[in-house]
Design a protein around this ligand. Structure first.
Ligand code: TRH
Length: 356
């Protein structure tokens, strides 16, 4: 089938991250013909830059305006149109669909949530006055919803350790043997300074890998730089491609992640992680986090439950760090469980089946 994916970058990288991962899976694993229209092509290209050129070449990446039909360039009608995260389709594109003899199906690809209500809403039609069929598609963890984006499935940490991506070689050369590794990619509101100071007091050697821009967030190079004990080493990573970032997650002992794409990748890395969920004004994110933790900790004992909930809600490391080994075993188990639950191919495969 032919797919048009519309990606509007509201903020940050998640919209592009999800659209790119979906596009590559549809194309490289499922042999679909995929076009992406994006309002920020440089960001999309940056995320996609690490991928094998043979995968990238097959995906047609276009600026948003290229979707506009006109007399000389009528819209090439696809079989499926994806509105990622409910972005509105350009009117001049939609106008081209109205006059098409065979109408495509429009999918509103929703945000990922572990909340139980998504089961009732997944796959529901959203009747439109223009008559083109449109459906809500909810990614998720349960069998009854749209699944997760798994591609590419990372090998277990130790298997990929030797292939350090070029963009990370300089940072990796500074890592200390035997030191624990934590990667940090979070939103500005996180209590990072306090958190790192507490971590430092535990006396363990820890290398802290900061995602691009986080050093500035911590004012590392400003007038009042954070002062930390020598057992903590802070290292800044450059902004790397999505594949390289996935790799970095698989190489750390704990990852702090955010948004929804890095959140899923941290789980697939099979390592403990703190999900700094996207903060929403009405505090809806707290409900979402609790729903995820209900699933994630379903089989954990009480001690691990409490430690993980504490960590995920930004309790200081001194409150939960001693449970890291147990958490690590749980994270590996959760990875296996996720892969089993998504053995049908996860989101892209479920999407194709739904459309069919
Ligand atoms: O960047 P995010 O916070 O993105 C989003 C947006 O805020 C969006 O509006 C919101 O609705 C959504 O989250 C839930 O976090 P996320 O989703 O983890 O996306 C980050 C992407 O960037 C992910 O695909 C990994 C990628 N990335 C790289 O490719 N290289 C890097 O160096 C880093 C740090 C990330």
């Amino acid at each position: 089938m032919r797919w048009d994916i519309f990606c509007q970058i509201v903020d940050n990288y998640g919209d592009a991250g999800v659209c790119w991962r979906l596009a590559r899976s549809l194309s490289s694993i499922h042999g679909q013909e995929v076009r992406i229209f994006c309002d920020d092509l440089p960001t999309l290209n940056l995320l996609a830059s690490g991928v094998d050129p043979s995968i990238k070449q097959k995906i047609d990446m276009q600026p948003w305006e290229a979707s506009h039909a006109n007399a000389r360039h009528p819209v090439q009608i696809p079989d499926v149109v994806i509105e990622a995260f409910g972005c509105e389709l350009p009117e001049r594109y939609l106008a081209g669909l109205f006059i098409a003899p065979v109408k495509p199906i429009i999918i509103n690809l929703e945000y990922l949530s572990a909340e139980p209500w998504v089961i009732d809403f997944h796959g529901k039609a959203s009747p439109q006055s223009h008559g083109i069929p449109k459906y809500f598609f909810f990614p998720g963890f349960q069998d009854e919803v749209g699944g997760l984006l798994l591609d590419p499935i990372p090998a277990e940490g130790h298997l990929v350790a030797k292939n350090i991506p070029d963009d990370l070689k300089a940072t990796w050369s500074k890592l200390r043997p035997g030191a624990k590794r934590i990667s940090i990619f979070c939103y500005p509101g996180a209590p990072l300074k306090k958190w790192l100071a507490d971590l430092g007091r535990l006396g363990e050697d820890v290398d802290v890998l900061l995602a691009h821009g986080h050093a500035e967030q911590l004012s590392l190079y400003g007038e009042n730089p954070i002062s930390l004990p020598n057992n903590l080493q802070l290292l800044s990573m450059p902004f790397v491609s999505q594949d390289e970032y996935d790799w970095a997650l698989s190489q750390c002992d704990i990852n702090i992640v955010r948004g929804e794409d890095s959140f899923v990748r941290a789980q697939l890395a099979g390592k403990p992680f703190i999900w700094h969920i996207y903060p929403q004004e009405d505090r809806a994110h707290e409900v979402k986090l609790a729903a995820f933790l209900d699933l994630y900790l379903g089989e954990a004992n009480q001690e691990l439950r409490l430690a993980t909930i504490a960590a995920m809600t930004w309790a200081m490391p001194s409150e939960w760090f001693r449970d890291l080994n147990r958490w690590n075993a749980h994270a590996k188990h959760w990875r296996t469980h996720l892969l089993e639950k998504q053995a049908d191919g996860g989101l892209p495969a479920r999407l194709i089946r739904f459309v069919a």
